[in-house]
Each structure stands twice: as C-alpha cells, then as structure tokens.
Ligand binder design. Structure first.
Ligand code: NDP
Length: 257
C-alpha cells in the first residue's frame, strides 16, 4: 500500500494547462511539474509562456508550449491532437484561461459580453469536450476548472456581471461533467479562488476597489497564485481519487459571510 505522500506524486502524468503562461496558470504549471508531471502549456502568448517553460525546465521539470486560443475549436482540436501524438495521453487538464471586463451592465457592448462568455465558458467547454473524448478512450483523467468565488458571490464594488455569470456556469458545468463522466473514471472538479494578485487584478489593486476587496476579506490580504498550487496537485493526483464534482473555494475567508 502506498503512503499518503506518494498519492500526491504525478510522475509520468501528462498535464495540459490552458493560460499557463502567467498568473494562476503558471503557478499551477510549476506546482504540477514539481510533483513530477510533464507540462504542456497552451496559451495565446508565446513570449510569457516561454518564461513559464524555462522556469519549469530550470527546476529540472519537463514542459512544452503549444500555441492556441481556447475559443477556436480548430486550435483546441489541433492542440489535443499534437499532445496525444507526441506524448500519448492526457492525464490532467487544467482550464485556467480566463478574462474579465469590468463594465456596467447597462453600458456593456455585445462584444464585451460575448468575449467574456466565449473565453471563460465556451472555450472551457471546448477544451473539456476534446480532452474528455481522449480521457474516455484512456478510461482515466482529472479535469480541474478554474472557476471563481464569483460563481457564488457578487463582487463589490466593481461591475462584472458577464464574468460572474460565466463563472457560475463553469461551476455548474463542472458538476454536470463530473456526473456524466464518472462512469469513465474521469474526475471533474473546480477551484474557486478569491482575489489573487495577477495581471487580471493588477488595475483593481491600485485603486479603491483593491482597498474594498482587502477590507471584505477576513484574512485582510489578497492571495498569491502559488497558494493555489497545492490544491491543484491534490485534485490532479490519486490523493483526491474519491473527489469529483467538487468546487473548492480558496479565498482568505471572503465567502464566509
Ligand atoms: P491572467 O490574466 O494573469 O492570466 C490569464 C492567462 O490566460 C493568460 O496567460 C492569457 O494569455 C490566457 N488566456 C486568455 N485568453 C485566452 C484564450 N482565449 N486562449 C488561451 N489562453 C488565454 O489571469 P489570472 O491568472 O488571474 O486568471 C487565471 C484564471 O483564474 C482565470 O480563469 C480567472 O478568471 C481565474 N480567477 C482569477 C482570480 C484572480 O483574482 N486573479 C480570482 C478567481 C478566478 P494572453 O495574455 O496571451 O491572453
């Protein structure tokens, strides 16, 4: 029987991470690599993804970059095809790619609404569908969707109704896929972070918004991307073998009230 630490190891596992070039996706890529996984970063921006790859390789890990936009079904099909061709399988999928537009509902353009739903929800579904088909063939896999506490609460004071709606859908899609694919030995879970210091929150953190965010967070600070790495390793690994359809919040206590 393996000891508990061994169940967290990801040696020999192939992990595909969308948006892995920076922020939360990069921190999760680094953490999964430290646990032993081979990392494939799918991102739109090759320059920042290369930095993530070099960091992982510098730590003695294995990492590759494949350029792709999650909203393009053509890109999604091609990336999944390339990973399977080159590495044989996909054991872990992390759907991290996401965007936000802080626009008031009454002033929002159709493209602002559509872009957020398209990247955060439609792109995530395309990835789940394409990788899910491969995992069904393998009869094994773990999918980790990066949702948000915004799936459960409405952020204040910044307006972001499209983002909140998309993340609520991501959390429920996670449970729906967990139900459909449990029979194929595929687990589907989500991480729901609170405020994390990244490019996505950079502007807000320099304004009064940031002060309000910290004030409303019981731990009185924002989180770092690295603070999500441990949970990602847990959900990717055999340590969480009986966990599926779970949405796990990491938010410094923001959602307590
Ligand atoms: P960042 O903006 O730092 O990183 C997002 C990454 O996703 C970038 O590398 C970006 O690449 C990539 N990306 C965006 N659109 C696409 C696309 N269409 N196809 C492929 N890659 C894409 O954000 P975070 O690290 O903060 O956020 C990561 C995830 O975590 C998101 O889903 C976000 O909603 C979620 N989250 C973040 C929180 C926070 O406080 N930061 C809180 C809760 C959830 P490029 O720059 O080239 O577009």
């Amino acid at each position: 029987m393996s000891n508990v630490i061994d169940t967290f190891r990801l040696v020999g596992k192939m992990a595909l991470i969308t948006g892995g070039g920076r922020g939360i996706g990069k921190a999760i890529s680094v953490a999964l690599a430290e646990a032993g996984a081979t990392i494939i970063i799918m991102d739109k921006d090759e320059v920042s993804a290369r930095n993530a790859i070099y960091e992982i390789q510098g730590n003695g890990g294995s990492a590759f970059f494949l350029k792709g936009d999650v909203t393009s079904n053509k890109d999604v099909i091609e990336v999944v095809k390339q990973v399977v061709k080159q590495l044989g399988r996909i054991d872990v999928l992390v759907n991290d790619a996401g965007i936000v537009r802080n626009v008031k509902a009454e002033e929002m353009s159709w493209s602002d609404w559509f872009d957020v739903i398209n990247v955060n929800l439609n792109g995530l579904f395309l990835m789940c569908q394409q990788v899910g088909r491969q995992m069904i063939k393998q009869k094994n896999g773990s999918i980790i969707n990066i949702s948000s506490m915004s799936a459960n609460i409405v952020n204040w004071p910044q307006p972001q109704c499209s983002y909140n709606a998309a993340k609520a859908a991501v959390s429920h899609l996670t449970k729906s896929l967990a139900m459909e694919w449990a029979m194929h030995n595929i687990r589907v879970n989500a991480i729901a972070p609170g405020y994390i210091s990244t490019e996505l929150t950079k502007y807000g953190l320099t304004t009064e918004w940031g002060k309000t965010w910290i004030d409303l967070t019981p731990q009185k600070r924002v989180g770092t991307p690295e603070e999500l790495g441990g949970l990602a390793v847990y959900l990717a690994s055999e340590a969480s073998s009986y966990v599926t359809g779970s949405i796990i919040v990491i938010d410094g206590g923001y959602s307590i009230v």
